[in-house]
Design a protein around this ligand. Structure first.
Ligand code: IMP
Length: 433
């Protein structure tokens, strides 16, 4: 029995979609356990690009089953659109994709509230994706959410939506902006009707995911859990309040699907060979100069979900050491190493300095992250490596860069990605072995 949890170990956008696609051929299941369509996982197969926001990245492998666990927040309209896009590409999803009855729905008022709150925060905004993620999770925790299981009953959906909008409409009225106005009666009816209809059309996908996965595990099937976002965006362990609204760490793979924690056998962290972040929040190694621009262009660092330019910076081993610890990462996948090819030298942040004190661990108080200064160790650069397919064929400086990371973090490197396409990588360890 082997199940692997794949988590982003920075602020998301580490290239997890490609890695899931790489490992999916060895798995029976690929399962999402948190987040929603704030994620954007890009897959390139034979030059054809597919961007998935909600459907697990294993879907392009015909023999793999996919599941969306109870911990995910589901925008049913986005799900239907994504399934339509996949059908247009000839991908069969029915009978292969299972969506938990326990997953909470993102409804149009969650999106409106997300955008209204961001507008109200002004310069203090979080920089959310505007997809309604936070408000949907709020309703879940406050025990007033609408779940997939509710869609079969129009009266129930109608009651839940109206109950919620009684309060929300009053809040939206306070915002008093044309884009964020309260919902009218006609809009309420439309939301209810549309979601009941979506529920009918999507019904073949709805399932008891926990039970299916449990039976799968009992039968010796291999599960790959596909984390979204990254450890530093975790609601509890990330750079709060500049985080997403779910637990992105590996342990949530159990809660977010209904399996026991002993079913999670290993954790692989995915890290980019440098650092990026979208949205606001502290970022000690950020490069606000032309070098940041060089990385953004070379790495095509624009959000797959919102198209926003990503903030770019050097590798931060202090942050990674923290992520490795809280997510229980034993193996790492390093992505986009090719993007660094051609740079004369590669500064790596090995410590922070705060008020004249050097520290190699994340600060106890997350607010200090705004004040820390990175301490760099400079590694020599290496030439283009996009065509390399074996670790031994990497230039010595690239191998040194990887060894330096592995030694500093006490992990094994399982895979190195040197391009966006399938096969553009070098595998060192089989994660399911
Ligand atoms: P939310 O998840 O839309 O509420 O956004 C909260 C924060 O998480 C913002 O800084 C977003 O930019 C960030 N975020 C959410 N999803 C992703 C992702 O998939 N990749 C990178 N950042 C993300």
């Amino acid at each position: 029995m082997a199940s692997v949890v794949l988590v982003g170990s920075q602020w998301g956008d580490e290239g997890k979609g490609k890695v899931v696609d790489r490992y999916a051929e060895r798995a029976d299941w690929v399962v999402r356990y948190q987040g929603g369509n704030n994620a954007g996982h890009t897959l390139v197969v034979d030059g054809d690009k597919t961007v998935l926001h909600l459907v697990p990245s294993g879907i392009l492998h015909p023999n793999v089953k996919c599941a969306i666990g109870n911990g995910v927040v589901v925008d049913a309209q986005i799900l239907e659109d994504e399934l339509g896009m996949l059908a247009d590409k000839g991908v069969i999803t029915e009978g292969r994709l299972f969506v938990s009855y326990g997953a909470h729905l993102i409804l149009p008022y969650h999106k409106r509230l997300d955008l209204a709150r961001e507008a109200l925060r002004g310069v203090d905004k979080i920089g959310t994706t505007g997809r309604g993620i936070g408000p949907a999770y709020e309703d879940k925790i406050a025990r007033r959410g609408v779940r997939v299981a509710d869609l079969a009953d129009r009266d129930r959906v109608d009651g839940l939506v109206r109950q919620r909008l009684k309060e929300l409409n009053a809040i939206l009225a306070v915002h008093n902006a044309p884009d964020h106005r309260p919902f009218t009666e006609a809009e309420i009816v439309e939301i209810v009707d549309r979601h009941v209809e979506l529920g009918q059309r999507l019904r073949p996908y709805f399932s008891n995911v926990a039970d299916r996965l449990f039976r799968g595990v009992e039968a010796g099937e291999r599960i790959l859990f596909e984390g979204a976002q990254g450890v530093l965006l975790d609601i509890d362990h990330g750079t709060y309040p500049y985080v997403t609204s779910s637990n992105t760490v590996s342990s949530n793979a159990a809660t977010g699907t209904g399996l026991g924690f002993h079913h999670l056998t290993s954790v692989i962290g995915v890290m980019k060979a440098y650092t990026t972040r979208v949205g606001r929040g502290p970022f000690p190694t950020e490069l606000s100069d032309e070098t940041g621009e060089v990385l953004r262009k070379a790495g095509n660092e624009f959000g797959a979900t919102t198209g926003r330019p990503r903030r770019c910076g050097w590798l931060d081993l202090v942050a990674l050491r923290y992520a490795v610890r809280v997510a229980g990462i034993r193996q790492l996948v390093v992505t986009k190493l090719d993007v660094l090819g051609g740079l004369p030298e590669l500064p790596v942040c090995v410590a922070y300095e705060l008020d004249g004190r050097r520290m190699t661990e994340y600060p106890d108080n997350v607010h200090d992250l705004h004040r820390v200064k990175p301490v760099y160790e400079k590694m020599p650069g290496f030439e283009e490596i996009g065509a390399v397919r074996r670790f031994e064929d990497l230039p010595a400086a690239a191998r040194d860069y990887l060894r330096f990371i592995a030694d500093a973090l006490g992990v094994t490197i399982a895979l190195v990605s040197v391009g966006p396409g399938r096969g553009e990588d070098l595998e060192l360890v089989d994660p399911f072995a």
